[in-house]
Design a protein around this ligand. Structure first.
Ligand code: 26Q
Length: 831
């Protein structure tokens, strides 16, 4: 970086005024921002003008706290933690900020007087959708909790120009992806730090020169470079005082505009030269599992890792003078293996730029890093082609190979030269055309490795990482995921929040276990009625927007059954869909039957390259079209595919759910976090014993959750002994009728037999997710759900117990566990 501090007596300027928080002061500030900040006349301001004036007003109030927080951390010489993630699903920032500053009532009054609705203005803000699904949202919840817990914790990532695509549905129900230009209008929540820029290098070659004493100096030369520019987004905690930040990097060409090319008439070529570098931060990869090996993706990873480490090291050197103390002052968490190239990068910085010995560099690196795994699917573990790595990051590959040599020597010694084990544990896969195994690198280069739910962490040490667990049992640990109650209850569900606060107070906002006190109130009929009324209100509000946007009328008295998550075969949206068709056929067969009315709401995006997932989306839309337009059904059954599931849609959808679908094939969902958000909002779970469902069952009790299906062990056994779904279908009349109706064109898309292949696949012996194996048990379980819903008061009691008992699943608890067990960082409270 090139910033040079001016040594002025700036600190003798008068202290800036603390921005006013009272109604009059806020009104004056808002008028000031409108006129002097934006140059608008409030007499004819648009909704966006008002939103912008409001955002500026709120932002200033974060700034003083942000600056004070930084000073606090610096003077405490506190150890800091940096969260490295390719994804952050932040959603909107306005309400989060106003709530943490406790400004909502004041703002509503101020705006009311000028005839503007605060609620309307909130809708102007686009979602910051810089992630795919659970892993990205977890990162956002963790930032919120680090600030709330007064921990010096900061996020680093990429400022993608285009976040996750916008999902729309075509004529025949197919998913269409549109680019999401979330930065079309100025993003007032980010502060460009234009002088905080670093050069990131790629390519080139490595030369070695002998050092006196036998060691060698390595030089990485003839590289190409790209600039990384910092943009900071403030992250306020709910204490109203601590404000941390998320620092996102944007790529800019390091070259000057090529004037000679331009002057020679090659205008386009001159411009293209610049924009090639900037492609790096253009778009988020819209895949959440197995997309492998794309060069631009590796470039993105190294780009943000290199900029972040330069920033971290510079900050440390400025304050402490040498890298030796880095592990005492810095912890770095790797959110999956996506940023794992940070391990050889820190080695390179220590060795090549600070001339430290290998042993010392390795000691520092291992103490600094820790790694979170988010998947058990072996095919989803990240690997990179050796040759591509060599071409893009030759020095890093050298370092990885040396780490590997020393590591495999250890393995050989510890395990009696067990060659199979050595082959499995190597950082290099020699069998699939030579690839670098990022998970192995992350484990070897970290002092702690954690899974994201008890069951996941357990299986992890027995399956994918078994060899590593044999060698380093103490390195492995569990930190069950959590969600922030500030966003997922306080912000998303104002009705329930207010009811809770008038009943037990608001201590739960900073300590979710306090919700436990609600359990007693579950025995109070009056409270049950109020709780049910809040849920009903949320359902009516959702029904209103579904009708307005999609033209489908929903019955708010029906059971709202929600499955919201990325579309994936292992998550088994198809199981839910088969059940929708089952109910449809039951109604057709018994037109006068007494059915519990049900509304099935499915939401989620399919990766654009995941053909079968996109077929599933299309089938859901076509089944929905038939059911919703069949007059014989009436309002006893509706099926809705909610388009463009994102954080803001989730905030509207989840509080309206009665039933939470968590029906993955046991052993495949690492944790799930939607399950926690839904239970927190008083939905009952129907689920398999998978991921965090297991811990949710332990928390709420067997009587307050619907568990069905094969266990993880049974799934394993079934796969080993052979799975014959055609036999299952042959013996189950209702299932067979459902499958036949789909296969034979009952829900035509472009053509009547469009979904035949999907049904064929469900019936093939290699259908890996065992959808049909769990069908009967799922349907029987759903019958129990119906029976309970016929007793509204009993249902309400169990719903309350769910809200009351999920205190454990706060991301505050997760973060405190990381802080004490993995990072060794301590809160730095204000004086
Ligand atoms: C990998 C390579 C190339 C391109 C993209 C990717 C990629 C991107 C995102 C791979 C995986 C992801 C995201 C995974 C994810 O969201 N996993 C979920 O993490 C949650 C938080 O821990 C868990 O609750 C879920 O169970 C898990 O599926």
């Amino acid at each position: 970086m090139t910033t040079e501090k001016l040594h002025t007596n700036g600190s003798s300027l008068p202290a800036p005024l603390d921005p006013a928080m009272d109604k009059q002061g806020v009104a004056v500030a808002l008028a000031g921002r409108m006129a002097y900040g934006l140059g608008n006349d409030s007499g004819n301001a648009t909704r966006r003008d008002w939103y912008n004036a409001l955002a500026l007003t709120v932002r200033e109030r974060l700034m003083s706290r942000w600056l004070a927080t930084q000073r606090r951390y610096a003077s405490a010489e506190a150890k800091k933690v940096y969260y490295l993630s390719l994804e952050y699903l932040i959603g909107r920032s306005l309400t989060n900020a106003t709530m943490n500053l406790d400004m909502d009532d004041t703002l509503r009054e101020v705006l009311m007087e000028v005839g503007v609705s605060l609620e309307d203005l909130r809708e102007v803000e686009p979602d910051a959708g810089l992630g795919n699904g659970g892993l990205g949202r977890l990162a956002a919840c963790y930032l919120d909790s680090m600030a709330t817990c007064q921990l010096p914790g900061f996020g680093y990532g990429i400022r993608y120009d285009y976040g996750i695509f916008t999902q729309v549905f075509g004529e025949n129900g197919e998913q269409i992806e549109r680019p999401t230009n979330w930065l079309r209008y100025t993003n007032l929540w980010e502060m460009p730090r234009e002088e905080r820029r670093y050069t990131v290098r790629f390519g080139g070659r490595v030369t070695a020169t002998p050092r006196p004493g036998g060691d060698r100096d390595y030089n990485w030369i003839d590289t190409d470079s790209v600039l990384a520019i910092a943009y900071d987004t403030p992250v306020p905690g709910n204490d109203g005082e601590t404000v941390n930040h998320l620092r996102l990097w944007s790529a800019q060409s390091a070259a000057e505009f090529n004037l000679s090319l331009f002057n020679a008439g090659q205008h386009a070529a001159a411009a293209a030269e610049l924009s090639a570098a900037e492609h790096l931060s253009h778009v988020l990869y819209p895949d959440d599992s197995t997309e492998q090996g794309k060069e631009l993706r590796l470039r993105q990873q190294y780009f943000f890792v290199s900029a972040s480490l330069q920033d971290i090291v510079q900050d440390h050197l400025e304050q402490y003078g040498s890298l030796g103390s880095l592990p005492d002052k810095v912890a770095i968490q790797l959110n999956d293996t996506h940023p794992a190239v940070a391990i050889p990068e820190l080695m390179r910085i220590c060795r090549d730029e600070h001339s430290m010995s290998w042993a010392k560099s390795w000691g520092i690196t291992r103490r600094v890093f820790s790694y979170t795994n988010h998947t058990l699917l072996p095919e989803a573990l990240e690997t990179w082609s050796f040759n591509m790595f060599q071409r893009l990051l030759p020095r890093h590959l050298n370092i990885i190979l040396k780490i590997n040599r020393l590591f495999l020597d250890d393995v050989a010694e510890r395990f009696d030269h067990d060659v199979d084990r050595i082959r499995r544990m190597s950082l290099i896969d020699e069998e699939h055309g030579r690839r670098v195994r990022m998970a192995n690198l992350a484990i070897v280069g970290s002092h702690k490795v954690n899974g994201v739910a008890a069951m996941h962490s357990q299986i992890m040490t027995q399956s994918i990482f078994r060899d590593f667990y044999d060698m380093y049992p103490d390195r492995f640990t569990n930190v069950t995921n959590g969600v922030t109650q500030r966003r997922w209850l306080k912000e998303a569900n104002p009705g329930l929040r207010d009811l809770i606060n008038e009943t037990i107070g608001n201590r739960w906002e900073g300590d979710l276990e306090a919700l436990g006190e609600l359990a007693d109130h579950a025995e109070n009929p009056e409270f049950r009625a109020k709780f049910a009324a809040v849920k009903h209100g949320n359902k009516a509000a959702l029904a209103e927007s579904v009708e307005r946007v999609l033209g489908i009328r929903l019955n708010p008295d029906s059971l709202f059954d929600v499955q919201a998550k990325r579309i994936h075969e292992y998550k088994r949206q198809l199981l839910c869909l088969l059940y929708a068709v089952t109910r449809y056929l039951r109604i057709l067969k018994d037109p006068e039957g007494d059915f519990v009315p049900r509304t099935i709401l499915i939401a989620g995006k399919a990766a654009p390259g995941y053909v079968r997932a996109k077929q599933i989306v299309k089938l859901i839309n076509n089944v929905a079209r038939v059911i919703n337009n069949d007059e014989r059904v009436g309002d006893r059954l509706k099926l809705v595919m909610i388009p463009n599931y994102n954080v803001s849609v989730a905030q509207h959808l989840l509080p309206a759910a009665d039933l939470s679908e968590q029906i993955s094939t046991a052993g495949m969902e690492a944790s799930g976090t939607g399950n926690m958000k839904l239970a927190l909002n008083g939905a009952l779970t129907i689920g398999t014993l998978d991921g965090a469902n297991v811990e949710i069952r332990d928390a709420v009790g067997d009587d307050n959750i619907f568990i069905f299906g094969l266990t993880a062990e049974e799934v394993e056994a079934q796969r080993t002994s052979g799975y014959f779904p055609r036999e299952i279908a042959r013996h189950h009349t209702e299932l067979r009728e459902v499958l036949d109706l789909i296969a034979e064109g009952g829900f035509p898309g472009d053509s009547y037999n469009e979904f035949t292949t999907l049904v064929e696949h469900l019936m093939s012996d290699n259908e890996h997710f065992l959808v049909l194996a769990d069908y009967a048990s799922y349907v029987a379980c759903q019958d129990r759900v119906d029976a309970l819903y016929r007793q509204p008061d009993e249902w309400a009691r169990k719903a309350i117990i769910n809200t009351a008992k999920v205190g454990f699943f706060s991301s505050d608890r997760s973060i405190r566990t990381y802080a004490s067990e993995i990072w060794d960082v301590k809160p730095v409270p204000p004086e």
